[in-house]
Design a protein around this ligand. Structure first.
Ligand SMILES: [Zn+2]
Length: 157
């Protein structure tokens, strides 16, 4: 319900009560604050390095815990094809179990939206000096300025 107050021609104020017929469920605030319901979803995740505490931001169309296992497998087989693997192997830093290093940042399914969320989180982590150096962020896109200001909403550490 909204209250709408406006002047009428004789100088009095007229009070109107407006009932809202519908309300959008797709605002930026709702997008940033909705909680994932699936316990093992796909989406945007962070993988923390146990040595320097910086993070890799990734996207996964499959379960993020399965994706974590792929990263660990690449490390154990000395296969530095992923930025996180490259970081761990080249710097001789420590990786860890999913429970301590993996965090789902945003549950979403594969597609254009997922790329936007990944870019937003990469820029947020980059701007707060929390991104591993092996993960490149080229130009800061002004459309992602939210990444700098909405640290709490994005749950950036
Ligand atoms: Zn590290």
């Amino acid at each position: 319900m909204w209250l709408h107050i406006y002047p009428v021609c004789n100088g009095e104020l007229l009070l109107n009560i407006i009932n809202i017929a519908f309300c959008t469920t797709n605002t930026i605030y709702q997008q940033l604050t909705d909680k994932p319901t699936n316990t093992n979803p796909s989406g945007i995740y962070q993988l923390k390095c146990n040595t320097c505490n910086n993070a890799y931001i990734g996207q996964s169309g499959i379960s993020v815990t399965i994706r974590h296992k792929e990263h660990i497998c690449c490390i154990r087989t000395n296969n530095p094809t992923l930025a996180y693997t490259l970081h761990i192997l080249n710097n001789r830093h420590e990786y860890g179990m999913a429970e301590e290093t993996l965090k789902l940042l945003k549950s979403c399914s594969k597609g254009t939206k997922m790329y936007c969320w990944e870019t937003l989180y990469m820029q947020a982590f980059y701007q707060h000096n929390l991104l591993i150096a092996e993960e490149q962020v080229n130009d800061i896109n002004p459309q992602y300025q939210l990444a700098y200001t909405a640290r709490d909403l994005l749950r950036v550490p």
